[in-house]
Design a protein around this ligand. Structure first.
Ligand SMILES: Nc1ncnc2c1ncn2[C@@H]1O[C@H](COP(=O)(O)OP(=O)(O)OP(=O)(O)O)[C@@H](O)[C@H]1O
Ligand code: SF4
Ligand SMILES: [Mg+2]
Length: 320
């Protein structure tokens, strides 16, 4: 198992109390697995991604353990994470391509990033060029300012930079959003190729867009209101989901069961509970068409068949 996360809880401290954005996540990612992470806006996807890399205020580590390649990751302590970040765990944050420093030429910016991690830029110069070539970027981009690059070029560049040191885990947060469909596909292909070439061992690809996950992900993890709802192989999530929330998400897609060229996770009636003071029990209860008395208790995230986990009292013989 490349990544193992056990009961991870990360909240946001606010004046009104703790926002329970990631409230007890337990899951694993295998070597070479690309796991898609999906769910409605605000369900905690970015929080989960960030909590594996860098906890920044007002984020607060509450509890939980994370292992990467059988080594305990000190996610609770920003300082202790320094040797791991970029080298073993890398993240492309949401909106990263818009955050490229506009006053630095690309080559200089890459040099600064590498130096800040104690890597001599010269030692990876040839590799940078090889990888730029691989994603069809000319070495001339190194002498350009970010503003001179298109969105697709910037996004490919960000992926090259973040995987330069061959991290074990890459968390890519909405890297295809805001790109046109053909560019999305190219970026998706690039993610898969980087995994295939071993530039990164496993990945978490966060997106609202199921078509992207259908293209790149081996497995999909669905989150709901700070909790994990379901994880299974991509085909299983798309064709035969078991959690009522996943089922509603999939059935709300106009081309359910088919291909998803441009479909995004559509909304379903109602809204998720407030994460500042979430109700006890299943957090999907208020919107769930098949809720029953037992749903007042929190359902565990259990394996109902090999590689398929679901948190629902209606699913699985042991809990029905
Ligand atoms: N700095 C913050 N302070 C307080 N609450 C926050 C903060 N950042 C996020 N949250 C809350 O935490 C929850 C999870 O946010 P998160 O950004 O992880 O969601 P997301 O699934 O990535 O959403 P999106 O799809 O819109 O990117 C949301 O309810 C959000 O309002
Ligand atoms: S545990 Fe209950 S409320 Fe939650 S999804 Fe299952 S049936 Fe619906
Ligand atoms: Mg997000």
């Amino acid at each position: 198992m490349a990544l193992q996360v056990e009961d991870l809880r990360v909240y946001y401290q606010t004046l009104r109390g703790d926002v329970k954005a990631l409230d007890g996540a337990t899951f694993g990612i295998s070597d070479r697995e690309i796991m898609g992470l999906a769910g409605e806006s605000g369900c905690g996807k970015s929080t989960l991604g960030r909590s594996l890399i860098l906890l920044q205020a007002p984020m607060k580590y509450v509890e939980g353990k994370v292992w990467l390649d059988d080594e305990l990751l000190p996610v609770h302590d920003g300082e202790s994470m320094v040797p791991f970040r970029f080298k073993k765990v890398a993240m492309i944050p949401q909106y990263a391509m818009n955050a490229l420093n506009p006053t630095r030429k690309v080559g200089r910016m890459i040099g600064e990033v590498l130096q800040s991690r104690g890597v001599r830029p010269r030692s990876v110069q040839a590799e940078i060029r090889r990888r730029l070539d691989l994603v069809e970027l000319s070495p001339e981009v190194l002498a350009m300012y970010p503003i001179e690059l298109s969105g697709g070029m910037k996004q490919r560049l960000v992926i090259v930079i973040s995987t330069l040191l061959n991290p074990s885990l890459l968390v890519a947060d909405e890297v295809t959003s805001a790109l046109d469909v053909s560019t999305q596909r190219a970026v998706g292909r690039m993610l898969v190729e980087f995994r295939d070439r071993g530039f990164v061992r496993s990945m978490i690809v966060i997106t609202h867009d199921l078509s992207v996950l259908y293209q790149v992900a081996d497995t999909i993890l669905i989150m709901y209101a700070g909790k994990l709802a379901e994880k299974a192989a991509t085909e299983t999530i798309i064709r035969s989901p078991l959690h009522p929330y996943t089922q509603l998400l999939i059935s709300s897609l106009p081309e359910a069961g088919g291909r998803f060229p441009e479909r995004k996770l559509a909304g379903i009636p109602g809204s998720p509970p407030p994460l500042l003071d979430p109700p006890a029990g299943c957090r999907f209860r208020e919107r769930c068409p098949v809720a029953f008395a037992r749903c007042q208790e929190e359902p565990p995230f259990v394996e109902v068949e090999p590689g398929h986990r679901v948190a629902c009292w209606r699913v699985g013989t042991r809990h029905a």
